[in-house]
Design a binder for this molecule. Structure first.
Ligand code: PLP
Length: 369
């Protein structure tokens, strides 16, 4: 019998995620599975929470990884914080803002959206106008919009939300571990992320953090959380307290993986990690521009970890992506939605964000062109 896994080759992952996995994270994933209520495992869980608090710069007690990918993190925030009839505002400038509006709408919220051109950031002055018109139960925004490569001005939006009574929800799936995520300084009430971007870990967990205000809202809902699996009122009993209660069987080895990835990021030091991403980004942009490419996003709004580059006339973008993958074992991403066929999305996330990878990619791209 042929084992298909024998055909899997190491690929340099330079797309919008997953990114390349750190070698010690692979080792962590292969450690022996132990029981999810074993005291040794609970000690690992407790440290994961502390590591996440450090990375997210928060004192929030409810800071845990949810079982599932980034979208499970998104869904966890909305199902716990939103009830039918709540007024929700979603700021949209790409795919993931759209997804948040969809999720909130499915929960029976009255969803208002404020839309901005893809490839440009959320404009705080327009948000201010909107907040003067209406009071919202929750305001949601994406920090690093992976579909375009735009960094939204969360600091400025946060200042506006602080003036209101609204809960503030921020998607940090692509930003966490690549640029500062400062949950307490933003006074964000809920954030969610994923493991497969700047944490150099495979996809499978969604770290979340809830402020005391968000916990209070969750615990005092008019209705039960409509999703059993993501109900934080029950999940906390596994992650907190002296008697840990079974909720669902924790994905033990994935939790080893996130433990190790957080250990790596914190041992390297947050400032060093952020500057490694920035250096790799600048080198990539310089290389692309020297080959005649133009970036989609204005320099001041560019994310270091996700670089959108316009495809010049006459280039078969899909063919070059396939050539990079098949001849050079390098993956880059295509454009989404209105940007499909118009851009490539080149990720320098986590363990991928190293100069040797930029050089390898640049040489490969040159040979494909
Ligand atoms: C900004 C952002 N939010 C949410 C998601 C959804 O995460 P996942 O695909 O892990 O479910 C992604 C995935 O790319 C993302 O980039």
């Amino acid at each position: 019998m042929k084992n298909q896994l024998a055909t899997v080759k190491e690929t340099l992952l330079m797309g919008p995620g997953p990114s390349s996995v750190h070698p010690t994270v692979y080792q962590a994933l292969a450690k022996p599975t132990i029981g999810h209520l074993d005291p040794a495992f609970i000690a690992i869980m407790d440290e994961i929470k502390e590591f996440l608090q450090q990375l997210m710069q928060t004192g929030n007690r409810l800071t845990v990884p949810i079982s599932g990918t980034g979208s499970a993190g998104m869904e966890t925030c909305f199902v716990n914080l939103v009830e039918p009839g709540d007024d929700v505002l979603v700021l949209i400038n790409g795919v993931f803002g759209m997804r948040m509006a969809d999720v909130a709408g499915r929960l029976g919220a009255n969803v208002d959206t404020l839309e901005f051109e893809w490839g440009t950031p959320v404009v705080p002055a327009r948000v201010k106008e909107k907040l003067n018109e209406k009071t919202y139960a929750l305001i949601a925004v994406v920090h690093a919009e992976t579909s375009t490569g735009v960094c939204n001005p969360i600091d400025e939006v946060a200042e506006l939300v602080k003036e209101t009574s609204s809960l503030f929800l921020v998607d940090t799936v692509t930003s966490l571990g690549g640029i500062p995520v400062t949950v307490d300084a933003w006074q964000a009430d809920a954030v969610y992320s994923g493991t497969q971007k700047c944490l150099s870990c495979p996809p499978g967990l969604a770290p979340i953090s809830f402020s005391d205000k968000a916990v209070e809202k969750t615990m005092n809902r008019r209705n039960k959380v409509p999703n059993w699996y993501l109900d934080l009122t029950m999940i906390v009993n596994y992650w907190e307290g002296n008697t840990r209660a079974y909720h669902h069987t924790a994905p033990i080895n994935m939790l080893y993986g996130i433990y190790e990835s957080l250990y790596c990021v914190l041992s390297e030091g947050l400032d060093n990690v952020y500057s490694r991403h920035q250096k790799a980004h600048l080198a990539l942009v310089e290389a692309l521009e020297s080959l005649g490419f133009e970036m989609l996003v204005a320099p001041e709004f560019r994310l270091p970890m996700l670089n959108s580059v316009k495809i010049p006339e006459g280039i078969d973008e899909a063919k070059i992506r396939m050539q990079l993958l098949q001849e050079h074992q390098i993956e880059i991403g295509a454009g989404l939605g209105p940007l499909a066929g118009k851009i490539w999305r080149i990720g320098v996330m986590g363990h991928t964000a190293r100069m040797e990878n930029i050089e390898q990619f640049t040489n490969a791209l040159k040979s494909c062109l």
